[in-house]
Design a protein around this ligand. Structure first.
Ligand code: SAM
Length: 283
């Protein structure tokens, strides 16, 4: 059964010999209920450019088209998938453009017009670098209005973690500083071909109207890297790598020297980033 005039995905995979490659993080989602659910999670699709990374044989792409996407830009690294994607583009004239290459090398501004929604079953091997790229553009607010992305569950937990637990770290601080992030639902490994070892989770990320607190991106990344680099140590020890007076730094930031990284909320990290900015400019 398919929702469109195209052959079932299993036939497409057989026709084009798309044997999944681990090196490309290829786990294909063939269940139409799940691809449809992911597409619906992204909200209205007919009034924006949908950017999809890693369409593979096109399961999610077809669901996005079926759920109303009029303009999809897809970036796929595996040239073996291009013919199958070409068939989809032909079945939906003018609604799908495919770029071949590594998504890390593409700038959204060069391939898509605003408003932009990113929707993707990300390849595990580049999921975190891609997220960081989309969270740290030169300009904020970003070009995208939402990210609806699949990650390994453990990564999804690190993106959405509140302070106080093991999952809370640099990724949570970077994401939640300027965005709201929620886990939407899990996908069982058995839904994929081949089945990965771990559960996957769909995460939705939207930019906040204002950041949780003022800070400069570079300073925030530097202090979070220092603090979480030695997360079990007290801040007065872990932050020595910053090369400023740690006691003074924590005093200006209003944070306890005996605190540990995972106890500091995002506002606290922003205070630390501002204090670091001040002290490094006095050096
Ligand atoms: N969207 C398909 C689905 O849902 O069944 C495939 C998802 S699969 C998890 C990840 C896809 O990303 C594969 O098609 C793979 O070839 C592609 N890919 C891997 N690394 C990539 C990269 N750096 N840039 C673009 N695509 C990449």
């Amino acid at each position: 059964m398919t929702h469109d005039p195209l052959p079932p995905l299993r036939d497409v995979i057989a026709q084009y010999g798309l044997r999944a490659r681990k090196s490309l993080g290829q786990n294909f989602l063939l269940d139409l209920n799940l691809t449809g659910r992911i597409a619906r999670s992204a909200g209205t699709l007919d009034n924006c450019t949908v950017v999809e990374v890693g369409p593979g044989p096109g399961g999610l792409t077809r669901a996005l088209l079926h759920h109303g996407a009029r303009n999809i830009v897809a970036v796929e690294k595996d040239e073996r998938c291009l013919a199958a994607l070409g068939d989809i583009a032909a079945a939906y004239p003018g609604r799908l453009r495919v770029f071949e290459g590594d998504a890390l090398d593409f700038e959204l501004a060069d391939i898509a017009q605003q408003p932009i929604k990113l929707v993707a079953n990300l390849p595990y091997n580049v999921a975190t670098p891609l997220l960081i790229k989309w969270l740290t553009p030169d300009q904020w607010p970003p070009l995208w209005e939402s990210l609806t992305l699949m990650f390994q569950k453990e990564v999804a937990e690190r993106i959405t973690a509140p302070p106080g637990g093991k999952a809370y770290g640099r990724l949570a601080v970077l994401t939640q500083w300027r965005c709201d992030a929620h886990m939407l639902f899990d996908i069982d490994p058995r839904a994929f071909t081949p089945a990965p070892k771990v559960t996957s989770t769909i995460v939705q990320i939207t930019p906040r109207a204002a950041p949780r607190a003022e800070a400069e991106l570079g300073d925030l990344q530097t202090v979070a890297a220092a603090a979480f680099g030695q997360r079990r140590k007290m801040l007065r020890r872990s932050l020595t790598t910053l090369g400023v007076d740690t006691g003074q730094l924590l005093e200006i930031a209003g944070l306890p020297p005996t605190g540990r990284a995972e106890e500091i909320d995002i506002e606290g990290f922003c205070a630390l980033a501002r204090a670091y900015h001040l002290l490094r400019n006095m050096r």
